[in-house]
Design a protein around this ligand. Structure first.
Ligand code: MN
Ligand code: MN
Length: 465
């Protein structure tokens, strides 16, 4: 018994042979590329669809339009407003017996550009932002920033914007007060050091010749018109997200970790997708659900609280010839889900925020959290012991290295995921994911070993749950 516990707590790196390391590098290489290419929910959704199509998935809309039917082995996807995606691989068993669902979110904390953002002050042009999700505002100043998103014109044309990522692109930034004059600022609490309303990005300083008023702003507008065919008014119907500029990188002399923006929750989203595309002809219908808006409470049409998922399952059942209201409810009730989201990895520099026996460690494998929430587990989905027991068996059968954890010490803080929303159908749901250092910071840290174990865990789950 003692030996098992000791074994569980060791770094999983020591268990890997050459073959494991090759597979690990393959998964992580693709993941690093995904992180570098996809920094917004729209970019993630588009890339997921691209990869799914390549793997033989077809658009559900098209199948409905052509009145085609679905059978075991068929692969379909559906997209909600270009921001959420769900993939299904139809199983051999009747769909009423439930789905195996991998769920993760593809939105990340960032700064959104306001609808009336552009102004000039002291011969400098700025874009005003409103932050999205939980951020430490002081982390976002003085670093290179990129702008990603879309501007939709009145005629419906959508213009994709991505500035700050290519080698020759300019970048943007938010200035900070020099230390020499920061006496008063340094006395403030960290939450007040940088005001939310002051997170405005600097975008230009060259006045347009011959203009008296707002000449720098006019110069910027001229560039926007020339390069993107957009006018100042078009910001009204734009979704532009300000994110840290630059690619995901290997971290450490030993290259054992990954440093990147947006690993919460693209680390679980990517590994879920990769597992989904690997599993063919499953027993139970496989499902990979990648949603938007988790960071602000899973609200809106593209968040987990929307009926998008339930409606899509109904459409799938209809195409199989199995739809009625009762069968749909049974299907959802009989489903099993891994609500895949990141966990707070133990950080020795902030050891007092964690309880060492029940915290996740980078490099010790995929993390299961029986519950999340804060204070007395408030806001949590508390997974059933029976479900955890079944998952332990699946993980052991497939030699997946896992650990269990709570998010930090009791009463220190807390967090939530999409788990509680799916659990409303009466299905088994548990939080499962990857340990992250500096969660919600512009650059977050994960261990390659955990990325690899998460992918293995999701494959095992889709095959055997
Ligand atoms: Mn998350
Ligand atoms: Mn988060």
């Amino acid at each position: 018994m003692k030996e098992t516990v000791e074994k569980e707590k060791k770094s999983v790196w020591e268990k890997y042979d050459k073959k494991d390391l090759e597979k690990l590098e393959k998964v992580c290489g693709k993941y690093i590329q995904f992180l570098s290419d996809c920094k917004t929910e729209r970019e993630c959704a588009a890339e997921v669809v691209r990869q799914a199509k390549e793997a033989g998935y077809r658009d559900l809309e098209e199948i409905i339009k052509k009145s085609e039917t679905l059978k075991a082995g068929d692969k379909v996807y559906a997209v909600c407003m270009n921001k959420s995606v769900v993939l299904f691989c139809i199983g051999k068993k009747p769909i009423e017996e439930g789905l195996n669902i991998l769920g993760a979110h593809i939105d990340s904390p960032r700064l959104d550009i306001k609808q009336n953002p552009l102004y000039e002050d002291s011969e400098m042009a700025f874009l005003d932002t409103h932050y999205y999700g939980g951020i430490k505002k002081y982390q976002w100043v003085t670093m290179p920033l990129a702008i990603h998103g879309v501007v939709v014109k009145k005629d419906g044309t959508s213009i994709a914007i991505c500035v700050g990522e290519k080698k020759d692109d300019p970048v943007f930034c938010i200035s900070d007060l020099l230390i020499h004059l920061a006496g008063e600022q340094m006395e403030k609490k960290a939450g007040k050091v940088v005001d939310g309303e002051d997170l405005d990005i600097l975008i230009g300083s060259m006045p347009l010749k011959g203009k008296e008023k707002d000449a720098v702003k006019k110069g910027i507008l001229e560039i926007l018109k020339k390069e993107y065919d957009i006018e100042e008014e078009d910001f009204i119907s734009a979704e532009l997200e300000v994110v840290p500029a630059g690619k995901a990188r290997e971290l450490g002399f030993d290259r054992s970790m990954i440093l990147s923006y947006g690993q919460d929750d693209r680390v679980c989203a990517y590994t879920s997708l990769d597992a989904m595309l690997e599993v063919e002809e499953p027993e139970k219908t496989s499902c990979c659900l990648l949603v938007d808006k988790e960071e602000i409470g899973s609200v809106g049409a593209t968040g987990m609280q929307s009926h998008f998922f339930e409606n899509t399952v109904a459409e799938i059942m209809d195409r199989i010839g199995e739809y009625n209201e009762l069968k749909l409810r049974r299907c959802l009730k009989n489903s099993r889900m891994l609500s895949s989201d990141v966990n707070a990895g133990f950080d020795p520099l902030y050891a007092s925020s964690f309880e060492k026996k029940n915290t996740s460690y980078c490099g010790r494998g995929v993390v299961f959290s029986k519950f999340t929430g804060s204070r007395g587990k408030s806001g949590s989905n508390d997974a059933n012991a029976e479900y955890l027991a079944a998952l332990r068996k699946i993980m052991d059968d497939h030699k997946v290295n896992y650990q269990t954890a709570e998010l930090g010490k009791v009463d220190v803080g807390g967090g939530g995921t999409i788990a509680y929303i799916l659990s409303l159908y009466g299905m088994e749901v548990i939080d499962c994911g990857v340990a992250v250092l500096s969660m919600h910071a512009p650059w977050e840290v994960t261990s390659k070993a955990d990325v690899y174990e998460a992918q293995k865990c999701y494959v095992a789950f889709l095959k055997d749950a």
